[in-house]
Design a binder for this molecule. Structure first.
Ligand code: TXA
Ligand code: MG
Length: 349
């Protein structure tokens, strides 16, 4: 299949392009599009065949449910049933935005879209072109991140082209994703509300609206034996090709240990890489040193993380050592993704 790549320009042409993209979705095709979190791979959420095509294009297991993207709040009633009052309050506080809610699904949503579950995940993205595209597509766009299964989510159209060229009808090329990590997922289907995937919307922010919110205990702990409640969190994800290890502890000790591990890897003839912050950047020596931003600038760290993981692959780096970050606030999302990328390999000092 030849993939049409179209740049989104912020001019009069934009609506024509988004209309064409919407027509492709209505006809059962697939279109990748930018959102504020990461790029999504969209298909008609109400068409079972579109869901199957999405799984095939990503090489993703079909028991891993898709998030349905909407553009207008009224559409929530069409997708979900028994919607608790709290869902409307969350929508009011955080939509459009990087929050996904899991609710009881309505008859209209096919099981192919929800990976066989009776629940449906719904999000309204905070991105004008994405919202207009969803409208043009009929209002219900199922979209996982637009990466091949097992690769980091794409935060630039360049990576969407790398992973999806030849597999889908169209790629809408916009700017780099503002946030850079996937949405927070909160499950509202049982009496206790649970965060299934941490993201930009933090537990504190949710608790201001919901009262008490739990976090799925499997998210930060590789030794947990229970299965995570978001099926997708169970797959090995975001993994760079090189072997990534996180080092946790006091800043000076971490820097010394990273330097030592890099020396050992070099002596063994390996190509080495380091993930660090502005504060420590100049202390290190390795084949490739990547700075995420200031240690306390979580927005910058989130924004750059997936790009950096992909760059190590491009450079053929074999051994990667990373500093660790605070698990408070958005730090929880950053550490969750890093831990998964590292296969939970951690040196605790
Ligand atoms: O920011 C995002 O959420 C991006 C953009 C494109 O919107 N999308 C995204 O989709 O990250 P994806 O498919 O890569 O991740 C969706 C996650 C998976 O872990 C999946 O298992 C979980 O959401 N999920 C979807 N529906 C669910 C449901 N009904 N119950 C529990 N987990 C669900
Ligand atoms: Mg994904």
């Amino acid at each position: 299949m030849k993939t049409k790549i179209v740049e989104i320009k912020h001019d009069g042409e934009q609506n024509l392009v988004l209309k064409e993209a919407g027509e492709i979705i209505k006809a059962g095709g697939l279109v990748a599009f930018p959102t504020e979190t990461v790029y999504g791979l969209g298909g008609d959420a109400l068409n079972p065949e579109s869901a199957c095509k999405i799984y095939a294009a990503k090489g993703r297991p079909s028991d891993n449910p898709l998030i349905v993207h909407i553009s207008d709040l009224g559409q929530l009633n069409e997708l979900a049933e028994d919607i608790p009052e709290e869902a409307w309050r969350l929508a009011e506080a955080f939509w459009p935005g990087p929050l996904t809610m899991v609710l009881q699904k309505s008859e209209r949503v096919p099981k192919e879209t929800t990976g066989g579950l009776d629940t449906v995940a719904v999000r309204m993205p905070d991105h004008p072109a994405a919202l207009e595209f969803i409208r043009q597509a009929g209002g219900f766009v199922a979209a996982p991140s637009a990466n091949l299964s097992g690769r980091p989510s794409p935060t630039s159209f360049k990576y969407v082209i790398e992973d999806m060229s030849g597999r889908i009808e169209m790629i809408l090329a916009g700017e780099d994703s503002r946030i850079g990590l996937e949405s927070t997922i909160v499950d509202l289907t049982s009496d206790t509300y649970v965060i299934l995937r941490p993201g930009y919307i933090t537990r504190d922010m949710l608790e201001k609206v919901l009262g008490r919110v739990e976090t799925d205990p499997t998210l930060m702990d590789g030794s947990c034996t229970t299965a995570p409640r978001a099926p997708g969190m169970r797959y090995r994800h975001y993994a760079p090709k090189g072997e990534l290890t996180l080092v946790k502890g006091e800043e000076g000790a971490v820097a010394r240990r990273i330097a030592e591990e890099i020396r050992k890897a070099k002596a063994a003839g390996k190509k080495t890489g380091i993930i660090c912050t502005k504060e420590s950047f100049s202390h290190y020596q390795a084949d490739s040193i990547k700075c995420l931003g200031g240690r306390r600038d979580e927005e910058a760290i989130a924004h750059h993380l997936y790009r950096i993981l992909r760059e190590f692959d491009e450079e053929g780096v074999e051994i990667i050592l990373s500093e660790s970050f605070s698990e408070y606030g958005m730090g929880q999302a950053i550490m969750n993704r890093l831990l998964k990328a590292a296969g939970y390999r951690v040196i605790q000092l």
